[in-house]
Structure formats: C-alpha cells, structure tokens
Write a new protein. Structure first.
Length: 159
C-alpha cells in the first residue's frame, strides 16, 4: 500500500512539473530581436535533435529553431564573367574582367576571421594582385559594383 501511495504521489508530482514553464540551464545564451530578424542561441544543452516521420515531428531541447527566410535579389551574386588565377597561389594572382560594363569594381580581401586585409578599386580589365604581405591561409576576395552590391566572391588559398 505504501509503495502504491508513493508511486501515485510521484506520478502526481511529475505531472505538476510538466505544467510549469520550460526553462533551460545553459552555460551561455543570448537573444537579439529587431524589425527584420530574431536570433537566439544557447550553449550547453545536452540534447537537441529533431526526428520526423510522415505525421509526427519530435524535437528535443528547449532552443527550437523557427527558420524563415525571404528571397531578396539585391543579395544574389551574379555569375559575372571574371577569372582569378592561379588559385592556390604563393604570392601573386591575376584578375581578368571579361565584361567591359563591370570594369569599375571595388575589391576587398578578407581573412578567415572577416578582417579586411586589403581593399581598392579596379581600373582596368586586367589586374595583378599581390599577396606577399599575407600569411599562408584561406582568404575571401569580394568584388562589388559602384552601388556596393556583390558581383562575385572567390575563395583564395595562399601557400
């Protein structure tokens, strides 16, 4: 009888806990919201997984994603006819712009952390790029038009 009473009180106690609001105990976390985007994250949750079948979705963890995206043509990179070679390189590269309408481009060279290593403007269809000052690694070469829209990006590897 005592065991039955203990079991029933345990079930009652557990059912009362499920009514409480969900909370998470994590080592870190943050939330940011504005009119355009909402971002939140937590660090240290032991189990986060989403399992799906035809009619059921089961999610674990308190940080559940709600991903919504809007397609905006301003951010789509064109397939401009531009060649950057040799890649990988040791110190110098050549950039050729085959479309005469896109000769007036701005360029940026970013390191893996996003820091701008060099920038400038292209004035002719063929340009030489000096990478001697950069340590070996992976870089991102971005090309922008006069309005600041992305035209093309290249991953650059320096040995």
């Amino acid at each position: 009888m005592k065991r039955l009473l203990l079991l029933l009180s345990g079930i009652y106690f557990c059912s009362c806990l499920s009514v409480l609001a969900q909370q998470v105990v994590a080592t870190a976390g943050e939330e940011f919201k504005n009119d355009i985007i909402s971002i939140s994250w937590t660090l240290g949750e032991p189990a986060i997984e989403t399992l799906k079948s035809n009619s059921i979705i089961l999610t674990q963890g308190f940080q559940q994603s709600d991903l919504r995206t809007n397609y905006n043509n301003a951010f789509v990179m064109s397939k401009a006819n531009i060649k950057l070679y040799p890649n990988p390189t040791e110190d110098k590269m050549s950039l050729i712009v085959f479309d005469q309408n896109q000769v007036k481009l701005k360029y940026f060279l970013h390191d893996i952390e996003g820091k701008v290593m060099s920038s400038g403007s292209l004035s002719s269809p063929t340009s030489n790029i000096d990478l001697e000052f950069c340590p070996n690694g992976i870089y991102l070469r971005r090309l922008l038009d006069e309005r600041g829209h992305s035209v093309r990006s290249f991953r650059v590897i320096k040995h």
